[in-house]
Write a protein that binds this ligand. Structure first.
Ligand SMILES: Cc1cc2nc3c(=O)[nH]c(=O)nc-3n(C[C@H](O)[C@H](O)[C@H](O)COP(=O)(O)OP(=O)(O)OC[C@H]3O[C@@H](n4cnc5c(N)ncnc54)[C@H](O)[C@@H]3O)c2cc1C
Ligand code: SF4
Ligand code: SF4
Length: 819
């Protein structure tokens, strides 16, 4: 007869114990789980991404109902356990169920701490702890009101960022003088604050909330500095308290949390506890990594296996805010007995600090460049003597000269370096699992090793390991469109083709979306399909549905600054243009300028505030945006061709300039690159572009669907043509056919592999169809060839920049040169 194991708490640590246990012993226990929340087991960490609209709830589900069914686990959702009787070995639930157990696991997590500020009992004063809180925040925030978030810790910052991403004015109140004071020193805090201010968050430091007032709901918030603000929501992220009441009432020993030994056993032989609700050796934890370590020990114990006891954890944290790289671990503050190694470049926004004791790293703070985080953490955990590395250590692993690449490159990582901090998974574990268990996709790796399955910060690294280990066999095919719908791209495109819609929400309704507003994955896709059908003049491009770079008209870089790339037609420029760019770069103190692979100049390190005035100056000199951020035409690369090259058979520079003027401003499912070479020597690398044109004696060869990048694909030859006019027609027709036929975010290389070369040739080589597509392209270009910054500056407004800060008297004199 199986033993009966009852779990109280359907959250992250309790269910991880069960997953680990089932891997070791799947027939030892009859398992019953009680969960207060009305859902299956979901990833609480991802609530931040739901709030910032980067994920849907569906994306955060760890175990679906089918998993419980397959493993014969009885799940009682939405049924709180109200008492434990350790003498009878039973528990009682709110719905009145009495359940007996042989072993009981308490995994009740924490309760948010909300201070007893006057007015904190009003409606819309809430915490940020569970799915219901996120639903309330999203349905309450209002663009005409200010949201107040209290608490400058990880949770508070993620709440403020998530709210600000809805375009709502957000004030973050923090009682001390520096944010994230549990994880960062003051320098790191200052840099982080500056970065977050660029997202529109206002900080009130050394301040508390004195009073919240309103009739039944929040109306006004008054701060300790005497100032007040009209607000309709206050989110408290001011700490957590282990949820131990049930255990206390049952007579289990507890202090800060439920007391457990090294095997997670409470003061009762049959009752175990794990997660945020426990206290081990005087410590309580509020991050998943230590809870999963505890869970591993307990799973082995429950399975009856030999196991070394839990001995505590080293904590490391990352902030889950796009564009903010932050990592800290260990004793990052140090004291009079420790030394500090510091690298600070305020302008670029990079700060690295290692706290050293007895020649060993005991604390790490990395801001702006976290590439070497796992290496430093390994040195810390292994107590490595760093005397020999001291002079170079802050410049990262690559500076030691034996790895050849930056520290974030998986090639430079050793097998025992940690990739996934939440789940304690090293590179070697992932590589071995891929090889031994024949894993092919990110989901396979997540399912098997758990790497990337918690906070998601390491997914990029895990993907790199997959690519490096599997090469071409790596399966990164997108699975369906997103969790908001069961429909795939083809079905959605068909619904749009057959109906008449003027906004994305009507499509969601017609296609029976599971969510009202869609998510950051499906909104841009549906918006794109509508644009492709109607063109921008008939359908209003829904800016809210655009990706962040498209909304900013600039690429956000890893340090939170932006890059500015003016269009350089066909890669040809003049001394005057170069001088104009140089003058502007000097005026705005641009720290780095790079010649790009697409033959233009990329100005890096530009702040958000500088973007509009800088573009105004560039526009005035006749430049338009290079749209280096866009899902649309990026560059037309050319070689010198027969104008100067002795091998040249055709004027590739002239052709490139004409093609770029024909196609600039266009938008496509993914980025799109063209190249023109003057002869088959192909110096412009036209055979790895989306559309490649190669001059030959008799005219031009047209090549399609090539791709550089991680997986190189060489183009297929579409056809040969004799005249320049034919090149233009094919260029337009192919681009339009791709635009309307491919799925959103599908590169031409993936599209052709899905539909086949012949399918594309059938339309392109048929004169009537080709002319049809070319004509549709001409039509859509009429409204597309508008420089985004010139328009935004003229309108005095973009969604992201509210008011553009340029003297209104300084009238705008934009006229793109030679277009
Ligand atoms: C927004 C947010 C972002 C976070 N980001 C990170 C991060 O980036 N990295 C990180 O490491 N950690 C992060 N955390 C913390 C992490 O989510 C927690 O440490 C983890 O969820 C704790 O697991 P747990 O099992 O102890 O508690 P929980 O996951 O909270 O699970 C406890 C469950 O027990 C249920 N319960 C309580 N009492 C009862 C009862 N009497 N009967 C039945 N059910 C009951 C609760 O409803 C809950 O569902 C974040 C937390 C939040 C809220
Ligand atoms: S591709 Fe041909 S024409 Fe162009 S630069 Fe190279 S050799 Fe000269
Ligand atoms: S190859 Fe591209 S994506 Fe990779 S580091 Fe260079 S710029 Fe970034």
């Amino acid at each position: 007869m199986k033993e009966k194991l009852v779990v109280i708490g359907n959250g992250m640590s309790g269910l991880r114990v069960i997953e680990d246990l089932l891997e070791l012993e799947n027939d030892k226990y009859d398992i019953t789980v009680y969960g207060d929340e009305p859902y299956v087991n979901y990833n609480r960490i991802m609530l931040s991404y739901i709030l910032s609209q980067e994920k849907t709830f569906e994306d955060t589900i760890i175990n679906h109902q089918s998993w419980y069914d397959e493993n014969n686990i009885t799940l009682n959702k939405g049924d709180k356990v109200v008492s434990i009787n350790k003498e009878d070995k039973t528990i009682t639930s709110k719905s009145g169920k009495i359940e007996s157990y042989d072993k009981l696991l308490i995994a009740t997590g924490s309760n948010p701490f909300i201070p007893t500020t006057p007015g904190s009992d009003l409606n819309n004063v809430i915490a940020f702890r569970n799915k219901a809180d996120v639903d309330t925040i999203i349905s309450t925030i209002d663009k005409s009101k200010t949201a107040v978030v209290v608490g400058g810790g990880l949770l508070g910052l993620e709440a403020a960022y998530g709210i600000a991403m809805h375009g709502v004015k957000t004030i973050l109140v923090h009682r001390s003088g520096s944010i994230l004071s549990q994880q960062l020193d003051t320098t790191g805090g200052r840099l982080l604050q500056k970065n977050l201010e660029s997202y529109g968050i206002e900080f009130k430091l050394n301040t508390t909330v004195k009073e919240i007032s309103g009739t039944t709901e929040v109306e006004t918030v008054t701060f300790s500095d005497g100032k007040s603000v009209e607000s309709n929501i206050v989110v408290f992220a001011t700490g957590i308290i282990p949820n131990k009441e049930l255990a206390i009432d049952a007579g289990l020993e507890s202090k800060k949390g439920i007391l457990v030994d090294d095997f997670m056993k409470t003061s009762d032989e049959s009752i175990f506890a794990v997660g945020e609700c426990v206290e081990h050796n005087g410590n309580t934890y509020g991050l998943v990594a230590p809870l999963y370590e505890q869970g591993k020990v307990l799973a082995k114990k429950l399975a009856g296996k030999e196991v070394e006891g839990y001995s505590g954890s080293t904590l490391s944290t990352r902030l889950k805010i796009s564009g903010v790289d932050l990592f800290s671990a260990g004793d990052y503050l140090g004291d009079e007995t420790t030394e500090e190694l510091i690298l600070l470049d305020e302008k670029v926004g990079v700060y690295k600090k290692l706290v050293i004791y007895d020649n060993k790293i005991i604390g790490i703070v990395l801001y702006g460049d976290t590439a070497d985080a796992s290496w430093y953490l390994k040195l810390l955990k292994e107590h490595t003597d760093i005397s020999d590395l001291r002079t170079k250590i802050l410049f990262g692993k690559s500076a030691l000269g034996d790895s050849g690449h930056g520290g974030d490159d998986v090639n430079s990582m050793s097998d025992d370096e940690e990739v996934c901090g939440c789940n304690g998974v090293c590179k070697g574990d992932i590589v071995n699992a891929i090889k031994d268990k024949d894993l092919k996709s990110l989901d396979d790796v997540k399912g098997c090793t758990k790497a990337g399955a918690s906070c998601g910060s390491c997914i990029g690294l895990v993907e790199q390991i997959l690519v490096n280990t599997l090469g071409d066999e790596y399966d990164n095919t997108p699975q369906g469109i997103c969790g908001c719908t069961d429909k795939g791209h083809a079905e959605i495109k068909q619904i749009i083709d057959e109906g008449d819609f003027d906004n994305v929400y009507d499509v969601f309704k017609k296609a029976q979306w599971k969510t009202e507003d869609g998510c950051a994955k499906c909104r841009p896709a549906v918006n794109y399909y509508l644009l492709a059908k109607y063109n921008d003049d008939k359908y209003m491009n829904d800016k809210r549905s655009a990706l962040v770079n498209d909304r900013n008209f600039a690429n956000i870089q890893k340090d939170g600054t932006y890059s500015v790339v003016p269009r350089i037609w066909g890669g040809l420029t003049t001394p005057k243009e170069l001088k104009d760019i140089a003058d502007i770069a000097v005026k705005y103190e641009v720290p780095t300028i790079k010649f790009t692979g697409g033959q233009r100049l990329d100005m890096f390190g530009v702040t958000k505030e500088q973007l509009a005035p800088m573009w105004k100056d560039l526009n005035d000199c006749g430049f338009v945006s290079g749209q280096a951020y866009a899902k649309g035409l990026r560059t037309v690369k050319t070689c010198v061709g027969n104008t100067y090259c002795r091998f040249g058979t055709q004027d590739s520079m002239g052709m490139g300039v004409k093609l770029e003027k024909l196609t600039w401003g266009s938008w496509t499912p993914h980025k799109y690159k063209i190249a023109v070479s003057g002869c088959p020597r192909n110096c412009a690398e036209a055979t790895i572009k989306d559309f490649g044109v190669i001059g030959v004696d008799s005219g031009w060869e047209l090549h399609i669907a090539g791709n550089g990048g991680i997986k190189v694909r060489v183009t297929d030859l579409l056809c040969k043509v004799e005249t320049e006019e034919e090149v233009y027609e094919y260029t337009k027709a192919f681009m339009q056919f791709y635009r309307e036929d491919a799925y959103y975010l599908e590169r031409t290389a993936h599209w052709i592999e899905r539909v086949g070369l012949q399918y594309i040739k059938d339309d392109m080589l048929n004169e009537e169809k080709r002319k049809y597509w070319a004509a549709r392209f001409d039509e859509s270009q009429k409204s597309a060839q508008v420089d985004p910054w010139a328009k935004a500056i003229e309108d005095g407004f973009t969604k992201e920049f509210d008011k553009i800060v340029i003297n209104p008297e300084d009238s705008h004199s934009f006229e793109p040169k030679g277009v």
